[in-house]
Design a protein around this ligand. Sequence first.
Ligand code: DER
Length: 216
Amino acid sequence: SKNLEQKKAAAFRAVQMVQDNLIVGLGSGSTMQIFVDLISERIKRERLHLSFVPASKKIEKYSLPFGLNLLDINYVDRIDIAFDGADRIDEQNNLIKGGGGSLFRERQILDMAQSRVIVVDSSKFVSNFAKEIIPIEIVPYNYRWTVHKINLLGFIGNIRGEATPFMTDNGNYIYDAYNLNNFDVTETYHSLKLVAGVVDVGLFKENDYQIIYSHE
Ligand code: DER
């Protein structure tokens, strides 16, 4: 499909950015799985020395058969460059992330990294985030009250998985919520983040990250 071709082309360009002897942050999602496929080939071909910090159990499991050198985030004191996908990008380069439920750990790795690269296909670009699903990681304890507080801020939605809730790597729920109206990404991130039961909000303020996409 066009999106798959674009993901491959973008992931290929991202892989070319990696110099030898780096600690690389690995985000989660199908684009990052393509990144793992391609960088593994490059490591073999060029005998590169690279270590990786995976942002989810999912990308860690995916990476294992490739023999990548995976490190625990608490055993590294730096991440040189982090690569990740995104669900949506608006015109100010703000991101929505969390479609795969790994937003908390992805943010930790992006935050630690010296430089950040977001790898997307053209289907991710939107003009604004009105009506777009914003994944919000919340603690299961008293989640109905947490959801109520989120609703009061203008965001309504569902606990992901409903009857059998999806559990994040951190043992939390995801509340997939949207606002019918457009909103300020930074203000909204902060007001949602201040709700006591909220662990993380899938809004990433346009930051010093480079967006790699291919419109091929
Ligand atoms: O969940 C996330 O934030 C991931 O980055 C994910 O949204 C990327 O998805 P894709 O690479 O499978 O499109």
